[in-house]
Design a protein. Structure first.
Length: 138
């Protein structure tokens, strides 16, 4: 995950923001796959000490991946990045490229849950009956 920062930085410096975003999203897909594979929701139900240790590790990897990705995407999503950093309980002063490559060790409290990070997008155009019929046939 930290190796991605140089690649992303290179894309930003060459004004290739789309490739920077794709590089970050690739890392996020890998992190998501890691979390899905290890199923922390099942480990959370266990009282076994080893399961609890594994749970802490899995959650840390997932949240740390989210933190690094958020910082990497902050040039193109500054408002969303700020809200995510606050939700992760990290100070806004830790939003530089240097902080992207610094591992956050230990445990800390997450920030307050202030509702959805993104507003639901409501379609402004209603499909006509012909368009709706076409859509169902495709």
């Amino acid at each position: 995950m930290y190796e991605c920062t140089d690649v992303v930085d290179g894309h930003y410096r060459s004004f290739n923001h789309g490739r920077a975003v794709e590089a970050v999203m690739s890392v996020l897909r890998e992190a998501n796959s890691f979390v899905q594979t290890h199923q922390p929701w099942l480990l959370a139900k266990s009282s076994d000490r080893d399961d609890r240790t594994a749970l802490d590790c899995i959650l840390h990897v997932g949240l740390e991946s989210a933190r690094v990705a958020t910082l990497a995407l902050s040039p193109v999503t500054p408002g969303l990045s700020r809200r995510i950093i606050e939700r992760l309980g990290r100070p806004l002063t830790e939003c530089t490229r240097q902080h992207m490559t610094q591992w956050v060790a230990g445990s800390h409290q997450l920030g307050p849950d202030s509702g959805p990070l993104l507003a639901r997008i409501k379609p402004s155009v209603t499909l006509t009956s012909d368009a709706a019929q076409y859509r169902t046939r495709v």
